[in-house]
Ligand binder design. Structure first.
Ligand code: NAP
Ligand code: ZN
Ligand code: ZN
Length: 349
């Protein structure tokens, strides 16, 4: 066991501050990673603030981890010292249930182990995420990061990337489909890039007039301001698929009305009770409302490889670890283009 520097919160009321955490010694199947960069996901903020309940403190978030391998266990043959690797939202699962057998570890029926705030079966207590110097992870939950893409800008692929990629693939978004991405933040901006790369006609649906132009730079063909009911009316009954990334409780009704008959809106953002929805909206047009959780390890690797081939990365703003509390304030005000990434050098100095 070794003690490493990290940043975390002591309670739901406190700011994040430097602290020490323990990392296990490398076991036969483990990969030890020196963390270079870590993205700041809105889920980190929800967890630290205990928005979903069940946060264990101290809470050390971070599940968009990029680093270099510094040590491998004696049963690890697919990684070697020096490899550029990533770790996303999960670090273990049962591997035997139906979901694990189908490469859907995120839906593990015996409970997957999240990268932070999960049960640490090695050291006891709970798992600590990527706002730290190093991490030790089972080889089966480590991803290969293509060397041709900027590693800083690749970090958010590990959560924002896979969380948008997986539903676009699952609902078979294809050339010519009209796809709406709701909420232009960390997830939303990757949803636009991926839907565009898959050949869809992409409409960014934002609550911020100020994002109209930048959404087009990301690859949106059209922009719809959700507060403008005339604009919303023009697009009624026209979408093949909607990806909803809004992070808080909101009214679904105006969005559901945008779907064509039989089309689906997939929720990935608001993990909480929502405003009541009018049943007629789904009944009269056989519309679907669904949800999706991150993606499995195999699919995450496919997404990373796709990004390598198509040169797709995230639009990021680099921060030092010490700036994290201000960064959280800005994310909550939807004031980030489009993902903060922590340069972990700042923690090591
Ligand atoms: P983010 O960067 O904060 O982006 C969210 C965007 O939603 C904002 O930029 C804003 O875009 C819009 N928005 C915010 N508040 C709104 C409101 N009250 N009404 C309407 N729109 C609002 O967050 P993120 O990191 O992309 O994460 C989004 C959500 O997904 C979070 O709740 C996070 O916990 C969750 N998440 C889920 C999964 C999963 O597996 N399902 C994985 C990762 C994250 P506009 O300015 O364009 O309106
Ligand atoms: Zn996340
Ligand atoms: Zn399982």
């Amino acid at each position: 066991m070794s003690s490493v520097k990290a940043f975390g919160a002591a309670s739901s009321e406190s700011d994040l501050a430097q602290l020490s955490i323990d990392r296990r010694d490398v076991q036969p199947n483990d990969v030890k990673i020196d963390i270079l960069y870590c993205g700041v996901c809105h889920s980190d903020i929800h967890t630290v603030h205990n928005d979903w309940g069940g946060t264990k403190y101290p809470s050390v978030p971070g599940h968009e981890i990029i680093g270099r391998v510094t040590e491998v266990g004696n049963k690890v043959s697919n990684y070697k010292v020096g490899d550029l690797v990533g770790v996303g939202c999960l670090v273990d699962s049962c591997r035997t249930c139906a979901s694990c057998q189908e490469d859907l570890e995120q839906y593990c029926e015996n409970g997957m182990v999240p990268t932070y705030n999960g049960a640490d079966k090695h050291l006891g207590g709970h798992t600590f995420g990527g706002y730290s110097e190093t991490i030790v992870v089972d080889k089966d939950f480590v991803l290969k990061v293509p060397e041709n893409i900027d590693p800083k800008a690749a970090a958010p692929l590990l959560c924002a990337g896979i969380t948008t990629w997986s539903p676009l693939r699952h609902w078979n978004v294809k050339k010519g489909d009209k796809v709406g991405v709701i909420g232009l933040g960390g997830l939303g901006h990757m949803g636009v890039k991926f839907a565009n790369a898959l050949g869809a006609r992409v409409v960014m649906i934002t609550s911020s007039e100020s994002k109209r132009e930048t959404a087009k730079e990301l690859g949106a063909h059209d922009v719809l301001i959700s507060k403008n009911s005339d604009e919303m009316k023009k697009h009624a009954n026209s979408f093949d698929f909607l990806l909803n990334t809004i992070p808080v409780k909101h009214d679904l009704n105006p969005y559901v009305g945008l779907l064509k008959r039989d089309a689906t809106m997939c929720m990935v953002g608001a993990i909480e009770p929502l405003e009541p929805m009018h049943g007629g909206l789904v009944i009269l047009k056989r519309r679907n409302i669904a949800g999706s959780l991150i993606g499995g390890i195999k699919e995450t690797q496919e997404m990373l490889d796709f990004c390598g081939e198509h040169n797709i990365v995230c639009d990021i703003e680099m921060i030092n670890m010490q700036d994290i509390n201000e960064a959280y304030e800005r994310v909550m005000k939807a004031d980030v283009k489009y993902r903060f990434v922590i340069d972990m050098k700042s923690l090591k100095e």
